[in-house]
Design a protein around this ligand. Structure first.
Ligand code: B16
Ligand code: MG
Length: 217
């Protein structure tokens, strides 16, 4: 039986991937190469530092740690500019009503995001009050597919991993859920999220009664 829902942020509750993409593309342009939307897929769910390493690999460039820190900071400043303008209209379809439904059903709700900007995004979109616990990139030491972020979330809401379900749009996040001993629902396409227990296009296809059907045991 499901007693807690753990949500990834980017790609599940809000579409911040587009802002990450614009900010990374600007950096690539400045460094003299083209960064495509397809390249951007590789950065989903990946930490900021690891994202920069992938970007530089695509550009075939090597830099000192000092330069890399500067680039990461520059990208983040641009990203923060975009997310500072976000509001509730950028919450993805089905997210708000499902969060509400979870609360009414007494199911615990936690965030498990790699982002260090998660608090600003939740506050600007008005999502903060829906969460019993918020675990983000400022609380973790290991990135997905390490299960740390979800294990901390489960611990914070006091629910055992076998009663938790994770909602994720990234393959690394689904792996993290499995390694945490939790169920998982992929948000996106079944091809990229083949390890998930179930895959749906968005949270609009999810409800508390569906959870009961899917995870009856
Ligand atoms: P920041 P999630 C992840 O968020 C994004 O998917 C990923 O593209 C990003 O690099 C990462 O957060 C770090 O974000 O630079 O804001 O710390 O999907 O785990 O909610
Ligand atoms: Mg994500």
């Amino acid at each position: 039986q499901i007693k807690a829902c753990l949500f990834d942020l980017d790609g599940v509750l809000v579409d911040t991937a587009k802002y990450h993409f614009i900010a990374w593309r600007e950096l690539a342009e400045q460094l003299g190469f083209v960064f495509t939307e397809q390249d951007n897929e590789r950065l989903k769910g990946v930490s900021r530092a690891a994202s920069l390493d992938i970007l530089l690999e695509i550009g075939g460039l090597t830099f000192s740690e000092e330069d890399k820190m500067r680039f990461a900071e520059q990208k983040n400043n641009r990203y923060v500019e975009y997310i500072s303008k976000m509001d509730s209209s950028e919450i993805l379809p089905g997210a708000l009503s499902f969060l509400q439904e979870c609360r009414e059903a007494g199911i615990k709700v936690a965030l498990g995001s790699a982002s260090k900007n998660a608090m600003a995004i939740l506050n600007n979109t008005g999502l903060t009050p829906y969460f019993d616990a918020i675990i983000d990139g400022t609380h973790t030491s290991a990135a997905k597919p390490d299960p740390e972020v979800f294990l901390l979330g489960a611990q914070a809401v006091g629910i055992a991993p076998e009663h938790c379900v994770v909602f994720e749009d990234a393959e690394a996040g689904i792996l993290a859920a499995t390694r945490a001993g939790m169920r998982s629902i992929g948000i996106g396409s079944p091809e990229t999220l083949s390890e998930a227990d179930f895959v749906v296009p968005s949270l609009a296809q999810v409800s508390v009664s569906k959870l009961g059907e899917w995870f009856a045991a």
